[in-house]
Design a protein around this ligand. Structure first.
Ligand code: ATP
Ligand code: MG
Length: 777
C-alpha cells in the first residue's frame, strides 16, 4: 500500500507499526498528530472496519480537526471512525450501558454551574458554608477523589458529603463530568461481560496528547486496550500542562513498563516553526530539570527574529498588539493565521476591547460563552427536563422562568416535601403529593399542576427525538418567546435591545438544534448503537451542549484567535502573540514565592514551551510595566521566560534588549537585563523608574505607594530605562478639538510633527500628529 510521500521514515514506521502497543514520544511540531491521522487512514485502507477504531484527544476542537483530517484522506468512510474526546467517549459508553449503572439513557450531564448549584444545596443542607468558593472547593475534592488523587480531608465529613452529592445526582438521573469517566471504569471493573463486549467492538485505540492523561483516563485505556492489543499513544512530556488537574506525566514516561515490549518511535524533525522560534523554545524548556531530553531540529530557515513588545500598561499593550496584528496583515498573513494567547482569563477583556476599537476581527476561543447566557441556559433546562424531568437542578432553574407566579416560598415548600419523601421535584408534583404539602392554596396548586403538564407535554414532543422540533416547542410552550416578544415591544432603550438580542440567541439555539438533526441524519454511525436506540439527535445535541469546553470556540478563517495558553495545545498559527509576559502573570503568581512547589514553575515553563511552539513564522512576546489586575495595580517585572530567550533571537528594532548595569535578585532568579522600548523614537532624556511611577500615577489617577516603598517592595524589579520624546513626555496632558482631554502614552519624535499615541477618556487611544493637539499646561 502506498504511503504518502510527506511522511519521514520514522513517521512511516509509526504509521505501519502493527502487532502491539506503540509509543511515539517526540517534541512539538514533529508530526505526532499527523502520525495518528495517517495511522487511522492506513488501518482503514488495510481493511479495519472504521467503527473498530477509537481515537481520543482532549478538546472537541482537536477531535473535530482530527476527524476532518481523516476525512480528507479517507472520504466518507472516515465518518464511522470513532474520534472523540475522553469525556464524550465516556458519555457514549454510559448511554449504552445506562441501566447497568442505575441511570436511564436519558441521563443529564451536569456542567460546572449545575454542579455548583447542587453542591451548594448539599452544603446548605449540612449547615456548612455554602458560598461559591466553598462549593468549588467541595467539588474539587470530590473530583480529585474520583480521579484517584488522595486528599487529606480537613474536616472529616467529606466522604459523607460526597456520598450525598452522589446520591442526589443519581436521584436526578444525572452525572457530572467526573462521572463520565469514573462510571465506565467502575462498570468495566465490575462487569467483565460488559467490558468484553466493548473490547470486541474496539480493535484499535489511538491517543493524542497522551502526556495529559490522568489516572482515570489511563485506567479506561488500560481496560479497553490492555497490553498486547493495538494501543498507540503519542505525546510530549515537555508539553504536560495539566498536572494541576491531576494529569500524570508518569503515564507517558512509564509507558514502556506498563506496556512491556511496546514499540517506541522518536520523531526529531520539527516541521512547524522557523529556526529562531524553535531555538527560543528550546532555550526555555532546557531550563527544566529532570527532563527526558529530546532532540528537535528543523530544516526551515531561521526566519524573522522574535519581537518583544514592552508596553506602559495593559491598555497600551492591547493597542500595541493590535498594531502588530495589522502590520502582520499588511505583510500578507491573514487574520485567521494569527493568535493571541494569554495566561489568565482576566487578561482577555482588555485585549478584546483593544481589538474591537481597532476593528480587528477576532474570535475568543472560549466555547461556553454562548451557552452561559441566561436565556440559553433556561432553554437548555427545558430541553433537559423534556428528556429527563427528574433533573432537579434544571427544574429549579425554570420553575418560575418565565415568571408563572410560583414564588420562592412555594418552591421551598415543594423542595422540602420532595426531600422528606425522597422524591425528585417533578415526582412531587402529582396531585397526590401536592395535596400533602401544607400551606398551598388551590391557586398555587393549579399553577404547579400546569407546570407539570407543560413538562409532560414537552416530554411527549421529545420522544420523537428531534432536536430542532423539541427546542422550538420548548421555547414556545414555556412562554419564553412570547415574553421576549412582548418585552421587545413594550420595553425601552437598553431593555428592548436585550430582549431582541435574547430572542435572536434563542433562534440561534434552534438553528444549532436543527444542525444537530442534520448531522445525525448524515452520520451512518455505529449501526449497533442505532439499533439499540441508544441515541437520538436530541440526546446527542444535549450531550454536545454539555460537553462544550473552554477550548472549543470556532476558529475562523479571517479572525484572530484569542485564547488561553492551555487551549492552544496542539494548534498552530503563522503568527503568535503571547500577552502578559510578566512575573506574576506568566509565570502565574501561584508558581512564585518561597512556598510554591518547584513543580508549579516547571509546569509554567512547559506552558511557555507549548505557547512558543505554536508559531510557524512570527512570535511576539508582550509585557506591560504596569497592569491593573483583579482590581490592583501591579508593577510586575518582565517574565523570566522573556529573559530566557537568547538576545540574538530577538528583534532589535522593535524592542532592543540591553544588558543593564543593575541586576536584582528575587525569589530564586536573577534578572540581568532591562528592556528598553523605543519604537523608533528619537530625542533624548533619561527616564527613570521613579519618574515613570510618578507620571503613571498622575496619568491613571490611581494611588501608588511612595517610590521608596515601591522600590523596597520590588526586590525583583528590572530597571526600566527609556528614551523618550522631550517635547511630549509620557503622561503629559493634551487637548484635542474633537476627542477632548487625553494623556500622551507614547511619542515618536519631537515638535509639531511628532507622532503621538494619546489616550482619551471615552474615545480610547488614538495615533495623532502632534500639531493637532494642544498642551494642557
Ligand atoms: P504538537 O506537539 O504541537 O502537538 P505534533 O507533533 O502533533 O505537534 P503535527 O501537528 O502533527 O505535530 O505537525 C506539525 C506540522 O508539521 C503540521 O503542519 C504538519 O502538517 C507538518 N508536518 C508534519 N510532518 C510532516 C512531514 N513529514 N512533511 C511535511 N510537513 C509535515
Ligand atoms: Mg499534536
Amino acid at each position: 500500500m502506498d504511503l504518502p510521500a510527506d511522511l519521514n521514515p520514522e513517521q512511516r514506521a509509526a504509521v505501519v507499526h502493527r502487532g502491539g502497543p506503540l509509543l511515539v514520544l517526540a517534541g512539538a511540531g514533529s508530526g505526532k498528530t499527523r502520525v495518528i491521522v495517517h495511522r487511522i487512514a492506513h488501518l482503514v485502507e488495510a481493511g479495519a472496519p472504521p467503527w473498530s477504531i477509537l481515537a481520543v484527544t482532549f478538546t472537541n476542537k482537536a477531535a473535530g480537526e482530527m476527524r476532518d483530517r481523516v476525512e480528507r484522506l479517507l472520504g466518507p468512510a472516515a465518518r464511522d471512525v470513532w474520534v472523540s474526546t475522553f469525556h464524550s467517549a465516556g458519555a457514549q459508553i454510559l448511554r449504552r450501558e445506562a441501566e447497568a449503572v442505575g441511570l436511564t439513557r436519558e441521563f443529564t450531564i451536569y456542567d460546572e454551574d449545575d454542579q455548583l448549584s447542587l453542591a451548594k444545596r448539599i452544603l446548605r443542607e449540612a449547615n456548612r458554608e455554602a458560598d461559591s468558593a466553598s462549593a468549588r472547593d467541595f467539588l474539587a475534592a470530590v473530583d480529585r477523589a474520583k480521579n484517584g488523587v488522595a486528599d487529606h480531608d480537613r474536616t472529616g465529613d467529606l466522604p459523607e458529603l460526597a456520598e450525598r452529592y452522589r446520591r442526589s445526582l443519581r436521584a436526578a438521573n444525572a452525572v457530572d463530568f467526573g462521572d463520565l469517566l469514573a462510571l465506565p471504569v467502575e462498570l468495566f471493573q465490575k462487569r467483565p461481560d460488559v467490558l468484553a463486549r466493548w473490547r470486541r467492538r474496539i480493535d484499535h485505540v489511538l491517543v493524542d496528547e497522551f502526556q495529559d492523561t490522568n489516572l482515570v483516563q489511563f485506567k479506561l485505556l488500560e481496560l479497553l486496550a490492555p497490553p498486547g492489543t493495538d494501543l498507540c499513544v503519542v505525546g510530549d512530556d515537555d508539553q504536560s500542562i495539566y498536572r494541576w488537574r491531576g494529569a500524570e506525566v508518569g503515564n507517558i514516561l512509564g509507558f514502556e513498563s506498563d506496556y512491556p515490549g511496546a514499540g517506541v518511535v522518536r520523531l526529531t524533525q520539527n516541521y512547524r516553526s522557523d529556526g529562531n522560534i524553535l531555538a527560543a523554545a528550546a532555550a526555555i524548556i532546557a531550563k527544566n530539570p529532570h527532563r527526558h531530553v529530546k532532540e528537535l531540529w528543523t530544516q526551515r530557515e531561521s526566519g524573522r527574529p522574535l519581537s518583544v513588545i514592552y508596553a506602559q500598561d495593559e491598555r497600551d499593550e492591547g493597542d500595541r498588539i493590535t498594531r502588530a496584528l495589522r502590520e502582520l496583515r499588511a505583510e500578507g498573513i491573514p487574520y485567521g493565521e494569527m493568535a493571541i494567547f494569554f495566561r489568565i482569563n482576566a487578561q482577555s477583556r482588555v485585549l478584546e476591547e483593544a481589538l474591537r476599537i481597532a476593528h480587528v476581527p477576532y474570535v475568543i476561543v472560549r466555547g461556553r460563552s454562548f451557552y452561559e447566557r441566561a436565556e440559553i441556559k433556561d432553554a437548555v433546562s427545558y430541553l433537559r427536563l423534556a428528556v429527563n424531568p427528574r433533573s432537579d437542578v434544571d427544574f429549579q432553574r425554570v420553575i418560575n422562568s418565565p415568571p408563572r407566579g410560583i414564588g420562592d416560598t412555594t418552591s421551598d415548600r415543594l423542595a422540602a416535601h420532595a426531600a422528606a419523601r425522597r422524591l425528585s421535584l417533578y415526582d412531587a408534583l402529582t396531585e397526590n403529593e401536592l395535596a400533602r404539602i401544607d400551606g398551598l392554596n388551590a391557586g398555587t396548586r393549579a399553577k404547579l399542576a400546569a407546570f407539570r403538564a407543560l413538562l409532560d407535554e414537552l416530554g411527549s414532543v421529545a420522544r420523537s427525538g428531534a432536536a430542532g422540533e423539541t427546542t422550538q416547542a420548548a421555547l414556545t410552550r414555556s412562554g419564553m418567546l412570547e415574553r421576549l416578544k412582548q418585552q421587545s415591544v413594550t420595553a425601552l432603550g437598553a431593555d428592548r435591545e436585550t430582549a431582541e438580542e435574547r430572542y435572536e440567541n434563542l433562534m440561534e439555539l434552534v438553528g444549532a438544534a436543527r444542525e444537530a438533526d442534520e448531522r445525525f441524519a448524515e452520520q451512518t454511525g455505529d449501526a449497533a448503537t442505532r439499533e439499540a436506540g441508544a441515541s437520538s439527535p436530541l440526546l446527542s445535541f444535549l450531550e454536545q451542549v454539555s460537553l462544550i469546553g473552554d477550548a472549543d470556540g470556532e476558529t475562523s478563517a479571517d479572525r484572530v484567535s484569542v485564547m488561553t495558553l492551555h487551549a492552544a495545545k496542539g494548534l498552530e498559527f503563522d503568527a503568535v502573540i503571547l500577552a502578559g509576559m510578566e512575573e506574576g502573570v506568566f509565570p502565574h503568581n501561584r508558581a512564585l514565592g518561597f512556598r510554591a512547589a518547584p513543580e508549579e514553575m516547571h509546569e509554567e515553563r512547559r506552558l511557555a514551551y507549548v505557547g512558543f511552539t505554536r508559531a510557524r513564522r512570527r512570535l511576539f512576546l508582550s509585557a506591560a510595566r504596569a497592569r491593573a489586575l483583579f482590581g490592583e495595580l501591579k508593577f510586575n517585572p518582565p517574565s523570566r521566560f522573556l529573559l530566557d530567550v537568547p538576545e540574538e533571537l530577538v528583534e532589535q528594532s522593535g524592542a532592543p534588549l540591553r544588558r543593564a548595569e543593575a541586576s536584582a535578585t528575587g525569589d530564586g532568579f536573577t534578572i540581568d537585563r532591562s528592556y528598553d522600548q523605543t519604537h523608533g523614537q528619537s530625542g533624548s532624556g533619561g527616564y527613570s523608574r521613579a519618574g515613570y511611577t510618578r507620571r503613571h500615577a498622575s496619568r491613571t489617577g490611581r494611588n501608588l505607594p511612595s517610590t521608596a516603598a515601591w522600590n523596597a517592595s520590588r526586590t525583583a524589579a528590572a530597571t526600566v530605562t527609556r528614551v523618550e520624546s522631550v517635547d511630549w513626555p509620557t503622561g503629559h496632558t493634551v487637548v484635542h478639538p474633537s476627542f477632548g482631554i487625553g494623556q500622551v502614552i507614547d511619542a515618536d519624535g519631537n515638535g509639531p510633527d511628532a507622532k503621538l499615541t494619546v489616550r482619551f477618556g471615552s474615545s480610547g487611544s488614538k495615533r495623532l500628529v502632534a500639531r493637532f493637539v494642544k498642551r494642557a499646561e
